[in-house]
Every structure is written in C-alpha cells, then in structure tokens.
Design a binder for this molecule. Sequence first.
Ligand SMILES: Nc1ncnc2c1ncn2[C@@H]1O[C@H](COP(=O)(O)OP(=O)(O)OP(=O)(O)O)[C@@H](O)[C@H]1O
Length: 352
Amino acid sequence: MNPDEVRSLLSSVEDPDLDDDIVSLGLVNAIDVDAETIRLSLALGAPYAPHESQIADQVRDALADTDREIELTAAMPPGLHTDEEVLPNIQNIIAVASGKGGVGKSTVSVNLAAGLAKRGARVGLFDTDIYGPNVPRMVDSEDAPEATDDKTLIPPEKYGLKLMSMDFLVGPDDPVIWRGPMVHKMLTQLVEDVEWGQLDYLVVDLPPGTGDTQLTVLQTLPLTGAVIVTTPQEVAIDDAVKGLRMFGEHETPVLGIVENMSSFRCPDCGGSHDIFGSGGGEDFADEENLPFLGAIPLDPAIRAGGDGGEPIVRSDGETATAFQAMTERVANNIGIVRRQQASTHAKTTPEQ
Ligand SMILES: Nc1ncnc2c1ncn2[C@@H]1O[C@H](COP(=O)(O)OP(=O)(O)OP(=O)(O)O)[C@@H](O)[C@H]1O
C-alpha cells in the first residue's frame, strides 16, 4: 500500500457541502503509510462540526479494508495563514451581531458558545458590549480574571467556557462614557493581553448596531464569520440588513441568520402564538441568499436561564434542541468557509 493507493481510495469520499470529493478539492494535506498505520492530515477547520465528523467517518470507511490503523489529524494547510497573525492559537472567531438592541444577541452568543462546548469543543466567550455587557450575568460568573506577573489576564471559566467581558474591567455598575479611541485601546488590550490558550472557537458578542466597537472588532480580529440575530418584525430585519452590509464591506463571511423570539408556545393553552410575527428571519435569509440557522422560540425559560446563569442549551426540551440545531448549523457553515479556503489555497499554490 502506498500513498497514491490511499489517495485513490480517498477519492470516493464526497464533501457533504462542497460538491466534489476531498482529493479533488485538495483537502488531503499529507499521507504517510507504514506496515501498521496510515496517517492522514486533512484540511478540516471546524472541530466538532457534524459534517466534518461525517467526513472523518467516511474516510475511515473508505480505508477499512486496508487492515491498518487510521490516524487522522485535522489542520489547515501551512501557508494559509501568516506568522504574525492575531490570536494564532484560536482556530475560529465567530462574531454575533444584530442591527437592533434587545433582539437576543447575547442570549444567542451564550447558548452558541455553551452549545459548542457541549459538543466537546474548547470555547471562549468574549463580550465586547461596553455599554451593556451582560454575559457575566448570563453565565453567573462573578469571578474576575486573574492578572499574572507579566500583566496578562487569565479568563475565568464557567460551564467549560473561558470568559472575558468589559464588565470584568469596569465593574457592573460603573457608567461607561468612552469615546472611539478609548474603545479601540481597550479592545486591543483585551485581545492581546488575555491568555485564551488553545481554542477551537471564540464567540464574540458584539454590541448592537454598526458603530465604533463593531468596526474596531472587524479591523482588529481575524473573524472566520458572523452570525446575525434578528426578531421576525420588519423593523428588526431592516436593521439587520445594515449589519449585513457592514460585514460585506469588510469581506467577513456571514454564516447565516438566526430568528429569535420566533413563536410563543403557551404553557397554559398549549397553542403556539407568533407574537412578533414569524418567518421574517427565514424570508430575509432567502432574499439575501444566506443560510437560515434556525428559529428560537420565545420561551420564558430563556429569560430565567439568562438571568439565573445557566444557558438553556445545557438542558433538555424544545428550546434547548433549537439552540443545539442552530449550533450545529453554525459549526457546519464554519467548516464550509474553512474547507473552501483550504481548497482554494491548494488549487492556487503549486505543490512543493
Ligand atoms: N427567545 C427568547 N425568549 C424569551 N426571552 C428571551 C429570548 N431571547 C432573549 N430573551 C430575553 O430578552 C432580554 C434581552 O436579550 P439579550 O440581552 O440576549 O439581547 P441583546 O440583543 O443582546 O440585547 P442588547 O441590545 O442589550 O445587547 C433578556 O432578558 C433575555 O433573557
């Protein structure tokens, strides 16, 4: 058995999203074969994404008859990123944004982060909302970050998430009246001086709207993609369009649209009521040709969970399932972005 034979077997493995097999796409970085083992490096970039696990399973199936141990590693091809990259130990940075305040952006950020951690990923959650940080409350974390001797910050952990929030630095009740340059300085410091360690995903909760902080984040962080949260009403959707344009201008891939507060399942009558209308988020996603990431019901347990500290995705039930499904779609879409990048890189870089 030689690497070419392995390559030929792998060409039966179709990528579930990119419409070709993994060999033609250039997603096989390296093959090493000896008497007992086949070691493969695949260009997979979204740890714990269902579609990437599926690719790994198909690879094992394709090589099952070789009678060798299969060792898989996932890595983006060297050369895809530069050495001086910001936050090199963080594989994927996801911004969660909304055009309008109060639509549930922080709720989605917290449950997305907790949902990814529940799947097994190493996750950080970064609340950049200077004017109304609420992530610490939502995960019930009162621990402040620890400062080390060389003045870096160790983020506190809760539910397996590493947390960072402006709240930790300014105190929850301090009024914050900062101007743009100050916001920029603070954010840069928070990015550079925090010891995140190795992370699969960093979820960044942006403040609502399209102002200074959002721009700074877009300019400072190498975002993998953005999730846009809206409620079904037209006003919220009009504002979401502005958010969308902002990411477009910075060439940040939009991973999709989440419709929050979609319908209300009445605990008394058992009926479903569309308080803010319904389907607006999905229609919007269709019109903009973007993935729809799911509808999250209006559920009093979300508020109770949010205010009491435990993200609802960690429990069971319809709403938790909706958040889990959303998390899986986000992870799958990150996988598409990363594999697409790797494939383009492989096809445009001559073999060494
Ligand atoms: N689907 C939902 N069902 C019930 N309550 C919800 C839902 N989504 C969010 N909430 C509640 O609505 C309030 C606002 O949500 P959240 O803080 O997540 O919004 P936001 O868009 O981040 O707000 P801000 O503009 O302040 O950043 C919170 O009390 C939250 O618990």
